[in-house]
Design a protein around this ligand. Structure first.
Ligand SMILES: Nc1nc2c(c(=O)[nH]1)N[C@H]1C(S)=C(S)[C@@H](COP(=O)(O)O)O[C@H]1N2
Ligand SMILES: [Mo]
Length: 199
């Protein structure tokens, strides 16, 4: 028997293997924003990491984009149940940005232009799991999807991936972000379906 290309059944199996519990696949790219889209020019854009001792490390647009970048292709999982496969981004790994930051913190509070925040353990930003992304699908990130730059941390529900990212505060104690403070799960692992506190 020759090689058979995967037909509908094969694709359906492949999709269910990549789909966390309770999710469905979409080919659209929905926009989920808790407020209006802030308009930030690249000239005024800045990203800063502040440590638990108050030390501040900041990058402007030229400095960020001069750093070595990755081009990850990842699946996205939103807590409202859509998942989007194979999204391609360009961005700087948090491993690169945090390499020069001395910290004993365990937690991170990510903040955006416009006031949105999200929280996660610092270790989830490391080891090739998270980027400050400034490109999407071979182009700039459209403003509604978080341009000029957003956090991309695809192994957690997509609310963690703060659009219009402006800074990260490193903390010794967990401080809930916007959705975490409204009853969503502190960690938010889509594969364990951690949607709400107590899940
Ligand atoms: N600044 C900011 N970042 C945000 C949000 C937001 O409202 N404001 N929404 C979050 C949620 S709930 C999701 S699902 C994703 C949506 O990203 P998208 O609009 O590019 O699909 O962004 C996350 N990051
Ligand atoms: Mo979301």
């Amino acid at each position: 028997m020759g090689v058979v290309s995967p037909g509908f059944r094969g694709r359906a199996r492949e999709s269910s293997r990549r789909l966390p519990p309770g999710q469905y696949e979409t080919h659209d790219f929905p926009v989920l924003s808790a407020g209006p889209t802030p308009r930030i020019t690249r000239d005024e854009w800045e990203f800063a990491v502040t440590t638990e001792t108050g030390a501040r490390h900041a990058w402007n647009w030229a400095e960020l984009t001069a750093l070595p970048s990755d081009s990850p292709t990842v699946d996205l999982h939103c807590v409202t149940k859509w998942s989007k496969f194979d999204t391609s981004w360009q961005g700087v790994s948090l491993d690169v940005l945090l390499a020069e930051v001395e910290t004993a913190a365990d937690f991170a509070l990510v903040s955006s232009y416009g006031g949105y925040t999200s929280s996660l353990p610092l270790e989830d930003l490391l080891d090739g799991q998270a980027w400050i992304a400034y490109g999407y699908d071979g182009d700039d990130i459209p403003p509604e999807h978080g341009g000029p730059a957003r956090l991309l941390v695809p192994h957690l529900y997509f609310w963690k991936s703060a659009k219009w990212v402006h800074g990260i505060q490193l903390l010794t104690e967990d401080e809930p972000g916007f959705w975490e403070g409204l009853g969503y799960h502190d960690y938010g692992d889509p594969w364990r379906e951690q949607r709400y506190q107590g899940d």
